[in-house]
Design a protein around this ligand. Structure first.
Ligand code: PEP
Ligand code: MG
Length: 590
């Protein structure tokens, strides 16, 4: 039995939870080469055959389950995997590799499968090229068995758990059984990793950056997770459990107290109206947004529709989803963002080249410009859906006017195509861009003349302004929205948008941070888009913040020169909820 241990990480999504841990091994498989002797060959062959037969067995089970729960067509994929894993050429080649070069089974199998993958990848035929993915998939499965690494089926959990892993990918979060996972804990990742963002939207507590997590927590250990403070207690004793129960009651009472802010306008006492919108990534999250009284969708991250599948969603499939979102939001604005694949959002079947710096690579709009077929399919689906509500289309990662103009040309081409095909769409759909790259923020006065709206993406803006990877838990102290350089850029973008008379919102995580809301209000931000659970607390803040005090506060904060003093000042103001009297002697400029 493990004994009580307090672990400190980084708070990534609020909430309190208690449940046993389910530790999943998410580290990449490490295959090392071992030299064997001739007398070991038979043992290695047996290990290989055993791993192959376990893989065949596992695949047959998955195939049966898929047949019953999804359908024959989808199950056929696993039939193909069974054939591949049983392929005599693959097995014989691996056996020869073991015997001829006297190496261990996993090393030999990886070498031979990489040759197969390279062969398929080099083929002209699209269908054959996609087989490379299947080989990758079965190869991982066989290697897992050879290395004895278990893979948990997250979509099918029998009891509530806290999911613990070195890393959890957005696609694992998307497929897990959300009714059973009460909290997430990871070793790597920052507050704005997409894993953390999804946990927020799903209202699941999350703590990232727990050092050496696998050594500290074993499956079955009871855990108390405080997503607000970033603290985790392993094997809590009676008094820790009592404290947790008290805190949970208090937390639930606070959540309940927000109910009175449903159905009221987001308006300051002196009459300034703003809009509080939700960020969503699926129809599931849309329900949470509606439940929390979102005044619209400020960001629909469509890339999640492309994950956990074998090929891109078709135009029709996307159209149906966008139409549902628009219809369910009943004429409230819905900003759908074109795919932001790349960075930490991988989609295997697109065969993206491995890059040294994926966040600085072929990501988002850059990928769309390199794969126009993907882009055009998505735009067509969006425009077709536009007649069912109030659609706004947004492009991520715009870095220059040239890029924006090229994108707009494609938009015009899609509109022309639809007109020729006599397909109805709303020709007045607003077109906007995310401001999340410093170059775009700096020339926002120029860009504002070419779009209908801006949405500031602070998750990326911070990482690019400060040159700090948003996933790197060791640089958390630098990834900081209070950095005066970040605040000045935000202020500049808002001012430039107003000068050109276009709408300006923010959909990065800063928009939902309670202490930042009065400051952003004072900078004249008018649309705040955040995780659904943050909307009512934000409305409470807006309802008790005078716009004219917020303006004074913004000009004071913009005069400060260090992140630390800004952070202290904002937290102090939030705690005392009094902006005007807060320019305390030790904080105000002398
Ligand atoms: C952002 O960068 O702030 C943003 C909202 O986009 P994402 O988090 O999906 O990169
Ligand atoms: Mg971004």
């Amino acid at each position: 039995m493990s004994s009580l241990l307090l672990l400190k990480g980084i708070s990534a999504a609020p909430g309190l939870a208690m449940a046993p841990a389910l530790v999943i091994d998410t580290r990449p498989l490490i295959i090392s080469k071992k030299v064997i002797t001739l007398s070991d060959v038979a043992t290695e062959w047996n290990r290989l055959e055993d791993a192959i037969s376990k893989s065949q067995h596992e695949l047959s089970e998955i195939m049966e389950k898929t047949k019953q729960q999804v359908g024959e067509d989808e199950a056929a994929i696993f039939q193909a995997h069974i054939m591949l894993v049983s392929d005599p050429e693959l097995i014989d080649k691996t056996k020869n590799e073991i015997k001829d070069n006297l190496v261990n089974a996993e090393y030999a199998f990886q070498k031979v499968s990489l040759e197969f993958i390279a062969m398929f990848d080099a083929m002209d035929d699209e269908y054959m090229r996609e087989r490379a993915l299947d080989v990758k998939d079965i190869s991982k499965r066989v290697l897992r068995h050879l290395l004895n690494v278990q893979e948990a089926d997250l979509s099918n959990l029998s009891e509530e758990v806290v999911l613990v892993g070195y890393d959890l990918t957005p696609s694992q979060i998307a497929t897990m059984d959300k009714s059973k996972v009460v909290a997430l804990i990871t070793e790597i990742g920052g507050k704005t990793s997409h894993t953390a963002i999804m946990a927020n939207s799903l209202e699941i507590a999350a703590v990232v950056g727990i050092k050496d997590v696998a050594a500290q927590i074993k499956s079955g250990d009871l855990l108390v997770v405080d997503g607000n403070s970033g603290e985790v207690i392993r094997s809590p004793d009676d008094s820790a459990i009592k404290k947790f129960n008290r805190q949970r009651e208090h937390y639930q009472a606070t959540i309940k107290s927000y109910e009175s802010f449903k159905g009221v306008a987001s308006k300051t006492p002196d009459g300034k109206l703003v809009k509080l919108l939700a960020n969503v990534a699926s129809l599931d999250e849309l329900k949470t947004a509606i439940r929390n009284d979102a005044e619209g969708i400020g960001l629909f991250r469509t890339e999640f529709l492309y994950m956990n599948r074998l090929n891109s969603p078709s135009e029709e499939e996307q159209f149906q989803i966008y139409r549902q979102v628009l219809e369910q939001m009943k004429n409230r604005p819905v900003t759908i963002r074109t795919i932001d694949i790349g960075g930490d959002k991988e989609v295997e079947y697109l065969h993206l080249k491995k890059e040294l710096n994926p966040f600085l690579g072929v990501r988002a709009i850059r990928l769309c410009m390199q794969r126009p077929e993907l882009f055009i399919t998505q735009l067509r689906a969006m425009f077709r859906a536009s007649i069912y509500g109030k659609l706004k289309i947004m492009f991520p990662m715009i870095s220059s006017l040239d890029e924006l103009l090229e994108v707009k040309l494609i938009v015009e081409r899609v509109k022309e195509e639809l007109t020729q095909e006599k397909i109805k769409f709303d020709s007045q759909v607003a077109i906007g861009i995310m401001i999340e790259i410093p170059s775009a923020a700096i020339i926002s006065d120029i860009l504002a003349k070419h779009v209908d709206f801006f949405s500031i993406g602070t998750n990326d803006l911070i990482q690019y302004v400060v040159a700090v990877d948003r996933l790197n838990e060791n640089l958390e102290y630098l990834y900081n929205p209070y950095n005066p350089a970040v605040l000045r850029l935000i202020n500049l973008v808002i001012a430039n948008a107003h000068k050109e008379g276009i709408e300006v919102g923010m959909c990065g995580s800063v928009a939902g941070k309670e202490e930042m809301i009065p400051l952003l209000l004072g900078m004249d931000l008018t649309e705040f888009s955040m995780s659904a659970g943050q909307i009512l607390p934000a409305r409470k803040i807006i309802s008790s913040t005078n716009y004219k005090d917020a303006k004074k506060m913004a000009s004071y904060v913009l005069s400060l020169s260090q992140a630390k003093e800004i952070e202290t000042y904002l937290h102090h103001s939030q705690a005392t909820s009094d902006l005007s009297s807060n320019l305390s002697p030790n904080l105000s400029p002398t």
